[in-house]
Design a protein around this ligand. Structure first.
Ligand SMILES: Nc1nc2c(ncn2[C@@H]2O[C@H](COP(=O)(O)OP(=O)(O)O)[C@@H](O)[C@H]2O)c(=O)[nH]1
Ligand SMILES: [Mg+2]
Length: 393
């Protein structure tokens, strides 16, 4: 459960908004005023501790108190940011227990097939061959598997280990190091509103993840506006509407409307209504559906027309069960949209887990969250070390 949010100085407009399902009447995107001059901070590459949302100020600088959420009320107009920086601190370790259990059980199959490699009495070529096979079977991919094997052999040499059981621990270290660049918190508050666009193939878990994220943001006192840019399916709008009602946030949707126009309206409304976050849910598509990928790019362009600095985050949601194809999705969506983060869902199921290593090796895009179930609390921050442990212990 995410009961660790605490606000030090509540925002002036933190009162829950009322549900508003009225479509916005302006269907044609028009150029917006010149983009606000907002401070751009260099994203720090430090593998931050798992934390929900990290302050724009705290990201590169000194770490804030680890248990508090901070929000300053913006005192200047939008053109003169800084804007409401927020910190939501790491979840207390004890609360991550049940999540680890679910992750472990999801990855059990992979874990046990890797574990059998280390049951022998000798560290020899056969052990490494079996490990190679097990890693490849776990969707780790050729490059990451090779990297892990080389790294592991070096660690075995350096530590003069002769016990195969100890090699497993060294592999966990190697994996955690490989995954470390994926660990990065989502930053909210650098822009007002922070516009987050969410993409992915059908059924990956976009809408569910947006719902979960909305809940956590709302719980943290953030005002959220949802854009139902998956305009093709009535069910998709309704699904997002349910999350909006549940979370008493506002939603912009438009039956059969143009997804780009809905996104434009949402960002414009988000600015006008002083929202902290605008989340844009998009229709699922395969990277091979070129016209749909073009439409996604159009959504992104039009969002930028509504706010010259937006979108501030472009997230790809991937189903953890997709296997090596997940890497293809990451590549294709990144090429089209320049992704800033990933959400990997369904790691509670039959996911093999190795694909994260493949992503870390070939397209190290931060994994902001992982999904370990369908419930609202089943969204967690990604920790490289914990993930390696869940997979290998
Ligand atoms: N087990 C599990 N199911 C999930 C998770 N995330 C989403 N789902 C389910 O996956 C299905 C598709 O999710 P949805 O959000 O509609 O996908 P979308 O098409 O990408 O918007 C739904 O049945 C969700 O409940 C997760 O982390 N674990
Ligand atoms: Mg959806």
């Amino acid at each position: 459960m995410f009961s660790f949010f605490k606000k030090k100085s509540p925002a002036a407009d933190a009162a829950p908004a009322t549900a508003d399902t009225a479509p916005v009447a302006e269907p044609t995107p028009a150029p917006a005023p010149a983009p606000a001059a907002l401070p751009v901070s260099t994203p720090a590459a430090e593998p931050a501790k798992p934390g929900w949302l990290r302050s724009a100020l705290g990201r590169g600088g000194k770490a804030e108190a680890p248990t508090a959420l901070e929000q300053n009320t913006p005192s200047a107009p939008a053109q003169q940011a800084p804007i409401a920086p927020i910190t939501i601190a790491p979840e207390p370790a004890s609360d991550r227990g049940s999540w680890m259990t679910r992750l472990k059980s999801g990855l059990r199959k992979t874990g046990s097939s890797i574990a059998t490699v280390f049951t022998g009495t000798k560290i020899d070529e056969q052990l490494y061959e079996e490990l190679e096979e097990a890693l490849l079977m776990a969707d780790t991919g050729v490059k990451a598997t090779q990297h892990l094997l080389d790294d592991l052999k070096q660690r075995v040499k350096d530590s003069k280990t002769t016990d195969p059981a100890a090699v497993k621990g060294l592999l966990a270290d190697a994996l955690a190091d490989l995954l470390a660049p994926l660990e990065k918190p989502l930053v909210i508050g650098e822009h007002s509103p922070t516009v987050i666009m969410v993409a992915g193939v059908n059924g990956a878990g976009k809408t569910t993840s947006i719902g979960k994220l909305t809940k956590h943001l709302a719980d943290a006192g953030q005002s959220v506006l949802l854009a139902a840019a998956d305009t093709f399916r009535a069910a998709a709008r309704e699904q997002l509407g349910v999350w909006a009602t549940r979370n008493t946030v506002e939603i912009i949707s438009q039956e059969g409307g143009d997804p780009a126009a809905v996104s434009f309206d949402a960002v414009t409304a988000g600015k006008a209504r002083n929202k902290d976050v605008v989340l844009v849910d998009t229709a699922g598509r395969l990277p091979t559906q070129l016209h749909l990928m073009e439409e996604l790019k159009k959504i992104k362009r039009v969002v930028t027309k509504a706010d010259g600095t937006a979108p501030h985050e472009v997230l790809l949601v991937i189903d953890g069960n997709t296997g090596q194809n997940a890497l293809n999705q990451v590549r294709a969506f990144d090429d089209a949209l320049q992704l800033t983060g990933l959400i990997v869902t369904k790691l509670d199921g039959t996911a093999k887990g190795g694909v994260l290593a493949a992503i870390a090796q070939e397209r190290p895009i931060p994994v902001y969250f992982i999904g370990v179930g369908e419930k609202v609390e089943d969204l967690e921050t990604f920790s490289a070390k914990e993930f390696a442990q869940a997979l290998l212990t």
